[in-house]
Design a protein around this ligand. Structure first.
Ligand code: HEC
Length: 145
């Protein structure tokens, strides 16, 4: 009887641990998917910044506005919990910092549209500088570049 109980306990322990391994593997797979999507957003942000810069250099306010629209489309991810998938888990401040940079990106990109519409290109280019600063400031802090 005792043996049977031991065997039962053992087998359920083993079942438990293999379930754990499966859980771990699937959460790693989920994490990879999230990371891939976030990296895709990062590349879209780069595209957006390039479009804004090109627009600024060619004096095309239309291109600049399209770039802002693209940038703002990716901000939702940066502002959400989703960003945690690419932030270092050992840096507690990282998430707060991400939210702060996201709100700065929103602020300066909104301001850029206002400046363009008012025909103040110098202000719009100043906004561009501020936007770029947000990208690099996060990269420097978080990626230790
Ligand atoms: C809140 C932090 C944060 C902000 C803000 C941020 N990034 Fe990133 N970015 C990251 C992290 C983290 C990685 C890399 C993750 C890794 O390599 O593990 C990254 C990677 C990238 C990459 C490389 C993508 C790839 O395919 O490898 C590009 C390009 C990029 N970011 C562009 C930008 C641009 C442009 C901006 C500003 C408009 C920006 N990022 C703002 C955190 C940020």
């Amino acid at each position: 009887m005792k043996k049977a109980v031991t065997a039962l306990v053992l087998s359920s322990l083993l079942a438990g641990s293999s379930l754990c391994a499966a859980d771990k593997a699937s959460s790693e797979a989920t994490e990879r998917v999230h990371r891939t999507m976030l990296m895709k957003d990062m590349r879209s942000m780069l595209d957006a910044m390039e479009q804004i810069q090109r627009g600024g250099l060619y004096s095309s306010s239309e291109d600049m506005k399209l770039g802002v629209k693209k940038l703002q489309g990716t901000l939702k991810t940066l502002e959400s919990d989703e960003i945690k998938f690419i932030l270092p888990k050992d840096q507690v401040y990282a998430y707060k910092f991400a939210q702060k940079t996201a709100s700065m990106l929103r602020l300066y990109s909104d301001d850029m549209v206002t400046s363009i519409e008012a025909g103040r290109m110098d202000d719009a280019l100043e906004d561009y500088t501020q936007l770029l600063k947000q990208c690099t400031s996060c990269h420097i802090r978080i990626r230790n570049w």
